[in-house]
Design a protein around this ligand. Sequence first.
Ligand SMILES: Nc1nc2c(ncn2[C@@H]2O[C@H](COP(=O)(O)OP(=O)(O)O)[C@@H](O)[C@H]2O)c(=O)[nH]1
Ligand SMILES: [Mg+2]
Length: 458
Amino acid sequence: MLGSLGSALKKGFDKIAGAIFLDKKTIELIVKDLQRALIQADVNVHLVKELGDKIKKEAENEKVKGIEKKEHLTKILHDEIQNLLGNEKHELKLEKGKNNKIMLLGLYGAGKTTSSSKLAAYYAKRGFKVAMLGLDVHRPAARDQLEQLGKQIKIPVFFEREEKDPVKTYKKLKPELEKFDLVIVDTAGRHSLDKELIDEIKSLEKEIHPDYVILTIQADIGQAAKKQAHEFQEACNINGVIITRMDSTAKAGGALTACNETKAPVFFIGTGEKANDFETFNPKSFISRLLGLGDLDGLLERVQSAVDESSQKKAKEKLEKGEFNLRDFQEQLKNMGNVGSMSKIIEMIPGLGKAKIPEELLGNQEGKLKKWQHAIDSMTEDEINNPEIIEKQTTRIGRIAKGSGTTTAEIRQMLKQYSLLKELATGSGDLENFDPAQGLSQKQMMKIAKKFGKKMKF
Ligand SMILES: Nc1nc2c(ncn2[C@@H]2O[C@H](COP(=O)(O)OP(=O)(O)O)[C@@H](O)[C@H]2O)c(=O)[nH]1
Ligand SMILES: [Mg+2]
């Protein structure tokens, strides 16, 4: 069901999560792919354009950066798709012990008869005493079809073979039908919603007083469902729709979004020819199934791990080549920006991940990481590329501290941490005999601690 739309949407989310930089070009490409998929699913072009504009606008918001931006865009995209399909689950309210009546309407071949039997089976399973009534009096084959379906699901089917007037048929059978909790009324279709059909529906409504009048629409018609639902709403008080043939068309997205636009609640969807190929429509769970990723939290989790993966990969390559400069250091700080970040960076260093360097040793409180980022912002390009020159000239440290609202001690500490990281990465110094399987030895730990000027106990 909706396979291609699902995979296109999933790809869009993955691209947002996996992008190293969410620059304008990347966003444009993601939006274009999404729009193409939605249009292929026959979703209204204006709605598709609105969705794209919204994503682009949010992406341009410079205030949100890094992982927060990815989370933000993921949420916006998810919510926009949710808005297209609807936010609410609509349910029929039926009561056992009462004589509930549901009348199905629709054009030829829309799936009225099939859906009648699916509904009957659905409620019979839930303990209702169900009957079906065949009022498609114009075509004898229609009653045979209903009778056949009734046999398969063991539901009694009522009709009058010789009666050509559906209202009279109902009147005759009414005493029998009143014995059931639920009567499902299958009606005749037409090629279009003409006067004859409207008159017939109206007189039936007047006689039967159904609790629900439900339009069946086949998903194949895509966004044309909007016009059809609207016309039926105008002509005859429908309460909602059943969308059939969800399984056999790529346009189902169009039909669902169109119904949401007309505010015609989608109660059920038909997903095949068999009685069991029928489900209640819940937009929220529909989306998570469509994306195969669980709910919004699941999506956001993927952002988190994808950010780690992609920025880790880049940083790891640089670390391995010994090209990890202060700018990269700053980006890592920015991307992670939370407690434990330093240990995450350490994890990227080949082999060191298992070393489990104690948090206190790294001394990374959130506030400190922010300050470090500001400090790097106050540096010149030259200083970023060659941090040694800062350590050599104390005037530079003073200037950077002043420009970033930090202290010279903090600048020194940051530089120390950075050079330790680099040192660890290039395997020089303390870690000559480092065995990843063993982790850091006590002696090596002490050496690192000394470098930080801390007295640590292990
Ligand atoms: N694949 C598929 N076929 C369906 C579904 N619902 C109905 N059909 C088929 O659509 C055709 C028309 O259905 P029918 O119930 O006779 O339509 P009616 O003229 O509105 O009563 C039949 O061949 C059904 O088997 C569905 O959800 N999926
Ligand atoms: Mg029929």
